[in-house]
Write a protein that binds this ligand. Sequence first.
Ligand code: UD1
Ligand code: UDP
Length: 374
Amino acid sequence: MKTLKLVTIVGARPQFVKAAALSRAIAAFNGSDGDVTIDERIVHTGQHYDENMSKVFFDELGIPAPQVNIEVGSAPHGRQTGEMLSGVEQILLDERPDLVLVYGDANSTLAGALAAAKLSIPVAHVEAGVQDRMQRTPEAINGVLADCVATLLLCPTERAARNLAECGITEGVHNVGDVMHDSFLRHLPAAREKNYALELLGLKDKSYYLLTVHRAENADDPSRLSGIVEALGNLGKPVVWPLHPRTREALREMRAELGGYVHTIAPVGYLDMISLEAGARIILTDSGGVQKEAYWSSVPCVTLRDETEWGELLDAGCNRLAGTDAEKILAAVAAVEAQDCSLPTEMPTEIFGDGRSAEKIVSLLAGSVLSVTP
Ligand code: UD1
Ligand code: UDP
């Protein structure tokens, strides 16, 4: 029996959702009679630390408790990433894992990937190939750099694998589907039972819009954030807005006035979020993950950005890029309403895999130890 010693680096909310699917698949794999076991240690960088940004996900999704929390907290990019880099490096020196696993495109992704690569430890990047190397958002920089140092590039879609090929990266590339899709499918039935908008706010199914905003380019730019706020006043339906702490602070500083039809609430746990998504008439968001969840919920999405890394969703016709100009947002919402909100009946469901992405990743991880260890 061979053991793969794996260190998983997480730190930000969407990474917990992704890690949940994989940790569950690792436990199932270890319970089968294979030639390999995977010994996973989870390292939390501490990038997200509020209970409703971190602990709630570990509790609700049954993610194994982190072995270590580096507790970096919030700071400007350089300091935050630097402190993570130094903290992760020390852990890797102590643990000497066979492989380091990172997710997505947050600062925790870059720090984990870089620390491992500099120690010549192979890196597996989940959500590889998604980001565009020509973009200059923090997420694009993190995602592209993690791709550059990864040895196992685990793409969520065919398009992501093609992006890598266009950059000359072909070795170690696998289209495995999206682990967020695995998590979503697993938790949707329980989330639907909840009917959280009704329970919390008395809002019936499809009677409200769901909004999330947290990207630095929106939350930290008062002109963009006020475009979104202005649009809310004219949407004509209640809006449920779980507020990311970055955005809560920005709205406070702007002294933004939101009408009574805008229900701002604290960040919610994953099940409540999926429930809110499934019950929404339209989702307005600048989140990467929420755009995909809108699609999986068959709820149309208006994306409050100028570009999206999920071009697949634009191609599928269920996502409109509106930016943050109030008029453009209102026009996008009106256009979706005019279509009676229905999505194409033949929505290609296979774009993000079949919901067994984590299993495929675990097989690849196990295969890597068999191919390396004498
Ligand atoms: C980060 C990721 C972003 C991802 C998002 C998921 C980077 C560069 N960005 O953005 O890609 O979409 O997570 O949610 O890694 N804060 C709290 N409590 C917390 C966490 C944050 O109050 O538990 C506040 C702090 O004021 C902090 C701000 O939110 O400065 C931003 O947090 P940070 O982790 O730097 O970036 P996110 O906007 O969360
Ligand atoms: N999410 C959540 N509660 C919230 C907002 C988001 O559970 O209040 C979940 C959401 O369902 C998705 C993930 O967090 O699974 C996405 O995280 P976020 O939007 O913060 O980051 P991004 O995907 O843009 O990196």
